[in-house]
Design a protein around this ligand. Structure first.
Ligand code: GRG
Length: 294
């Protein structure tokens, strides 16, 4: 199977598993909750985080059937974070994944609850993941609660809100990006490491690779926010500007931001070579999804 075929086939599996995890249901009040969850979840999305988990686990010998639920749990958490981030009390965005944001269609209250549901359900999905032993499940739950919580995504988002409208230096912005964006991306690789039972040497490296990928992904996102169109990237552009948020571009300038992103990618490539086995699959997923146009 070529790399492109691999990515295509795994994306297809991820879509099918997400679809199966949140089925259409009738009855009050679930029908509305599942409908709104499906609206956000089953949209045009890159599925970067689950793909990273699959590529990592499969490279190190993990069984595909064991990886799918944990990989999708990451996508549930990521989707909740996007729904909440788009709310009027946060970024107040109109467009996400090529469609009007959830609160524009279902209202703010339902958008908050849909995000809450996806967040909670992610842990249920982890707890019922097949082909994993209890220790692995507990480890995954620990990683996800830490990386999505105060020491990761929520902590980063809190710092992001606190610095809105204030001048920020690169160290502060780097801290925000490492927590808000890179923590969950790093968790995606760590998930693969736990599922495939890799050595602690490889796990540490994968965790660091994840952080660097996450940081470069966010910088590329900032670059696309100023160079891309809404049609291309499927979400509101210039929203950081409107919310008076510092970005890699406002702090470093476009050229330096591009330079930092490519240095991070070189570092990732070097670290990949230090792993105990070649990881061409992971490197290809990285190239396709980090050096992206949308
Ligand atoms: C509300 C607790 C809480 C956290 C929000 C992730 C996040 C934290 C906010 C999203 C805002 C944002 C643009 C963050 C940068 C990370 C990023 C590029 C998110 C978009 O992820 P993609 O590009 O989106 O993987 P798709 O739609 O392809 O899944």
């Amino acid at each position: 199977m070529s790399f492109s075929e691999y990515i295509f086939s795994r994306c297809d599996l991820i879509e099918k598993t997400l679809e199966e995890l949140i089925k259409e249901k009738s009855g009050f009040p679930h029908s509305l909750l599942f409908e709104s969850a499906r609206y956000s979840l089953l949209s045009r999305a890159k599925r970067l985080r689950p793909l990273l988990t699959l590529a990592t686990a499969e490279t190190f010998g993990g069984v595909l059937q064991a990886v799918l639920y944990p990989a999708c749990a990451l996508e549930l958490i990521h989707t909740y974070s996007l729904i909440h981030d788009d709310l009027p009390c946060m970024d107040d965005d109109d467009l996400r994944r090529g469609k009007p944001t959830l609160h524009k269609v279902y209202g703010e209250g339902h958008a908050v609850l849909t995000g809450d549901y996806l967040l909670t359900y992610a842990f249920e999905v982890l707890s019922k993941s097949p082909h994993l032993n209890p220790d692995q499940k507990v480890e995954l739950i620990q990683i996800l609660s830490q990386k999505a919580g105060a020491d990761g995504m929520v902590g980063g988002q809190t710092a992001d809100l606190l610095y809105e409208g204030k001048l920020t230096d690169w160290d502060t912005l780097r801290f925000i990006h490492l927590n808000k964006t890179a923590a969950l991306i790093s968790a995606s690789l760590e998930f693969g490491a736990v599922i495939a039972n890799v050595s602690s040497h490889d796990r540490d490296l994968l965790q660091r690779i994840g952080q660097e990928i996450g940081l470069s992904f966010q910088i590329v996102d900032d670059i696309l926010d100023v160079t891309g169109t809404e049609e291309e990237i499927g979400k509101s552009i210039h929203s950081d500007d409107e919310n008076q948020k510092s970005t890699s571009i406002t702090v470093l300038g476009l050229e330096k931001a591009q330079h930092v992103a490519s240095s991070l990618l070189s570092s990732v490539q070097m670290r990949c070579k230090e792993l105990s086995r070649p990881v061409p699959l992971l490197e290809e997923v990285l190239k396709k999804l980090i050096l992206r146009k949308f």
